[in-house]
Design a protein around this ligand. Structure first.
Ligand code: ADP
Ligand code: TRP
Length: 321
């Protein structure tokens, strides 16, 4: 199965990203033809600081490598190293109906959050369609918020196929309905836009401060509490071993669950789970040349895979003369 996913380098990765996207994605490396790229052109729609974008690209690449993405088993690159993507974006944009893009709620949501309503932000789904169609994957794993963009990709591909003859395979969105929404410090969905995250690579005192800031109610320790409405419990559930989780659950139900103590337990579990990846990341950050090499090597392979599709498209639309 050919699988493709893209990640924007637009902020520190957090536990929501880990359980919603990274963990399932790393599991799919095995036995699939896997394409993963850093969508730095897409991030330009919200990051307008050159140094920050360049560093963010190396940072998120280091994060994925440190967490176990294996560039020998998949093709891993940065979007901006593939000029063919821009060419395909333009070609696709000439057949994309305005109405299709006007319906996208991703654009409206971002503008509502205060991101400048640029032409790039508006045409974001066309670049995403080019990212996908250039490599002809079977499945594109995305979060629920990106589902509409895959539908737009399928619509654009169908329009092209109808106009110029069968060219693009229609990709399926890979949406895991079972992935729980990870709550943030305040119990809302964990998201960098809400400032309520626990970043995966945060360590020491700053990490402890975040964990201690998880909002809990004022029920006294000895009183019974409902574990299923407590966001501290929801986070513990992601990390604690089943037997320990059952013990914690009993403490909630029967009384005796001390939030401060459980937060420190969560802190230990976080350090245990991500300690090795944090050390590995430091090695990559100390050697950005190595990370660049990995991405450039991946870009070479990705270009080779995408070029035949673009050549076919160029011929069909008549740009090759
Ligand atoms: P953010 O909301 O912090 O801006 P992104 O939109 O960049 O995060 O999300 C990248 C990926 O991580 C998406 O696939 C999304 O579905 C997943 N994700 C983000 N936050 C959560 C969360 N709280 N719970 C589960 N998955 C999440
Ligand atoms: N828009 C996606 C997100 O914000 C990132 C992305 C860009 C992407 N191009 C893609 C995801 C192609 C999958 C396939 O999460």
């Amino acid at each position: 199965m050919k699988i493709l996913s893209g990640i924007q380098p637009s902020g520190q990765l957090h536990l929501g990203n880990y359980f919603g996207m990274i963990e399932p994605m790393l599991a799919m490396q095995e036995g699939n033809d896997y394409y993963v790229f850093i969508a730095n052109y897409h991030a330009m729609t919200s990051v307008h600081d050159g140094e920050k974008l360049a560093q963010g690209t190396l940072d998120v690449a280091s994060d994925f490598l440190a967490m176990g993405l294996d560039p020998e088993r998949c093709i891993f690159w940065a979007q901006s190293d593939i000029p063919e993507v821009q060419e395909l974006t333009w070609i696709l944009s000439t057949i994309t109906p305005m109405g299709l893009i006007e319906r996208c709620h991703g654009y409206k949501d971002k503008v509502a959050k205060g991101i400048v309503a640029s032409h790039g932000l508006f045409s974001y789904p066309v670049l995403m369609a080019a990212d996908i169609l250039l490599y002809q994957p079977d499945i594109v794993p995305v979060g629920k918020d990106q589902k509409q963009h895959i539908e737009v990709t399928r619509d654009i591909a169908t329009k092209f196929n109808n106009q110029f003859g069968e060219t693009f395979k229609l990709p399926e969105p890979g949406i895991s309905e079972t992935t729980a929404i990870v709550p943030g410090l305040d119990g809302q969905k964990m998201s960098k836009s809400y400032g309520n995250t626990i970043p995966i690579f945060l360590e020491g005192k700053p990490l402890k401060k975040r964990v201690m800031a998880i909002e809990t109610d004022a029920t006294p320790v000895e009183d019974p509490k409902d574990p299923d409405t407590c966001n501290l419990y929801a986070l513990l559930k992601l990390f604690a071993a089943p037997e320990r989780l059952q013990e914690i659950r009993n403490l909630y139900i029967n009384g005796g669950a001390a939030y401060g103590y459980l937060k420190l337990e969560l802190l230990d579990l976080l350090n245990e789970k991500f300690g090795a990846a944090r050390e590995k990341k430091k090695e990559f950050l100390a050697d950005p040349g190595e990370v660049r090499n990995i991405l450039r090597k991946g870009a070479g392979k990705a270009r080779e895979k995408g070029l035949p599709t673009l050549e076919e498209v160029r011929r069909k639309v008549g740009i090759t003369y």
